[in-house]
Design a binder for this molecule. Sequence first.
Ligand SMILES: [Fe+2]
Length: 312
Amino acid sequence: MNPREIYSSRLGEVVLFKVSRLGYLVLEVSDFPAWEYFGTEILGLMAEKNGSGDALCLRMDGQAQRFRLESGPADDLICLGFEVESEAALEGLAKQLSAGGHAIQECDSETATSRGVPRLFRTNDPSGLEVEFFYDIQESKVPFVSEFVPGGFVTGNEGLGHVVLNARDHNETEKFYRDLLGMRLSDRIAMRIGPDVSLDTDFYHVNSRHHTLAFAESGLPKKMHHFMIEAREMDAVGQAYDRVLASDLRIINTLGRHSNDKMFSFYVRTPSRFEVEFGWGGVKVDEETWEVEHYDRGSLWGHHRPPRPTGQ
Ligand SMILES: [Fe+2]
């Protein structure tokens, strides 16, 4: 298969290989104890001991690692892990990326083992973010149990949730995620953020989750604006909100419902100062009938910024 044949989506042809779901995030964090408390006691995730003890792993279902936290000063997302359906799809995607001009390498077996996968490929997106690809990730031997979110989280075919990235270059980012990873546009929100300034955010899906990834040229310094986890039960959102109110953590956006994915959610600042959206009830995409919409506001109601307390 020649490169032109593989990398043909710019010409309006079919993308041959695509990612299936978001499998894990690797975060570099400066404060492990704060994150262990935040992840388990506030978000209701489950800590998993990893073999070498150099990372803190947090689970939201049977998978052994959904969030791999490594120690360092970045306090940011450092890697997105996407799952593909098979070893053949992994190799095909690697060829597709290479033909599209993105250097891609297979990681050594030690790194693959650290992620709990048989083979692992890695490249960088146009903003310099590491992006990994795998299939057949390891499940934990211990069942997932959450004291704080007993109903659990929406994962399975929809993956861990979504991420919203601060992209350096809109067009290059679009080419990478849409043309090379096979993501499909769900919708766009153009929000007025000043008298003559609007911020455009594009939302992309890879399965029935409304968006697995969104990005905007926000100019913000971190690679990620926020990640979202979706509870199975609506009350879990209110209960998490209550836990945040009872803590010294900061609510960034109050309870509200988004205009596009209809997610009922709130946003809280993490110990790394990016945000987490804790949600419930996002709409599902039916690829056969989905129509791309344009919105001029992010929320139907709520998601207000609370007054900022002195000293924060
Ligand atoms: Fe979100």
